[in-house]
Design a protein around this ligand. Structure first.
Ligand code: G6P
Length: 372
């Protein structure tokens, strides 16, 4: 009903708008005033976490993209090798695990069969399993050793939005907590990031308040057949997520690529007028990547691409090559997906609407897939 949708036309619009609160709720009580993380509720003793020598993340769909981003954060802040794998592939390749492996199963519903089967397999091999889940008492947390709940609230639209942002927050919390418990050399950086993470809801809010030009752009692209997405580092999974949203909602051919791979194939797809969304890493910090992606934007534009550039405030280098420029606030490098994903959600939702599609209930898809 209209009341359930809180005045929005679709649940998806409501859920996109709820993201600042979802993010804040997921942080609530987990960072104290002095910036120390407490995840006691997870109930994996620090001794056990100090012994972990490998992290494996398993998930499906949008949750898998959160897991891909988590890999960058976990390896950087903890120096523990981490791999992220599609749950449906994981157990069929006889993966290597033992009691020092921490498996993280990410799932909004807690009922996805592929993810459940992956975690069962992991526990049989003696690995410890931590669930990151949005649904209290669902099967995946019940069958895990521990759980960190995301507090997105019920997500109704099939395409995941607020659950994704809270999965990211939970992944960052786990990564930072592992770093804190293990006392890595990134202590100072970890403390600084924890502070910025605590305030990230405001930045998501800021992005949401500037989305009208993105909606207008989306409406103008309703007749296109293909949209490509490019990113690198944590922007690469964001590109994959942007493409997935467009497939799910707009039924368009959409692909996400690592910008460094352009020259190895995808650049052949560029033709006159093709819309290409580029997620640009911060020019601060890992600025080498920034410069490389600016060259990529130049290359594709020279071949006719219509460039839609998502870049941090103050990044002036991209301006000459952006047909459309979407500004996002400055964040620590690893946290950027919390703000860069939001315009891609809005973009896909508006394109789907412009194409006359059913936004909350896309064809052929289910909110929770409880078969293998
Ligand atoms: C389905 C949904 C996706 C979701 C995926 C994983 O395919 O349509 O939106 O990302 O399942 O769901 P989960 O509940 O495990 O996060």
């Amino acid at each position: 009903s209209a009341a359930e949708k809180g005045g929005y036309d679709y649940f998806m619009l409501k859920e996109i708008a709820e993201q600042p609160k979802a993010v804040a709720d997921t942080l609530l009580g987990r960072i104290d005033a002095s910036g120390v993380l407490s995840l006691d509720e997870v109930r994996i003793p620090p001794e056990v976490l100090r012994e972990v020598d490998k992290v494996v993340i398993v998930a499906c769909g949008t949750a898998y993209h959160a897991g891909l981003i988590a890999k960058y954060a976990i390896e950087h802040w903890t120096r523990i090798p981490c791999e992220t794998e599609l749950a449906s592939e994981f157990r069929y390749r006889d993966p290597i695990m033992d009691r020092r492996t921490l498996v993280i199963a990410v799932s909004q519903s807690g009922e996805t069969m592929d993810t459940l089967m992956a975690l069962r397999h992991a526990r049989e091999q003696g690995a410890k399993v931590l669930a990151i889940c949005n649904t209290n008492g669902s099967t995946i947390p019940r069958e895990s050793d521990a759980v960190l709940y995301t507090h997105a609230g019920p997500e109704v639209a099939v395409a995941s939005t607020k659950a994704f942002l809270t999965q990211l927050v939970a992944c960052y919390l786990v990564a930072l907590y592992l770093g804190q418990v293990r006392g890595t050399k990134w202590g100072d950086e970890i403390r600084a990031v924890v502070k910025e993470l605590a305030a990230i809801g405001t930045q998501v809010e800021q992005v949401l308040s500037t989305m009208e030009p993105v909606r207008e752009l989306a409406r103008g692209l309703a007749d296109q057949n293909t949209v490509l997405f490019l990113g690198r580092h944590v922007g690469y999974p964001v590109a994959l997520e942007g493409a997935l949203k467009l497939k799910e909602l707009a039924y368009m051919h959409a692909e996400g690529f690592a910008a460094g791979e352009l020259k190895h194939g995808p650049i052949a797809l560029i033709e006159d007028g093709l819309p290409v969304v580029v997620v640009v890493p911060s020019p601060r910090g890992r600025s080498v990547l920034h410069d490389k992606i600016v060259s990529n934007i130049q290359e594709i534009r020279a071949r006719g691409a219509r460039t839609i550039v998502i870049a941090e405030e103050g990044d002036e280098a991209v301006v000459p090559y952006a047909d459309h420029l979407v500004r996002i606030p400055r964040t620590p490098v690893l946290l950027q997906p919390l703000v860069s994903t939001v315009p891609l959600q809005v973009f896909a939702c508006e394109l789907a609407t412009a194409r006359g599609n059913e936004v909350d209930q896309p064809r052929n898809l289910a909110k929770s897939v409880t078969v293998e």
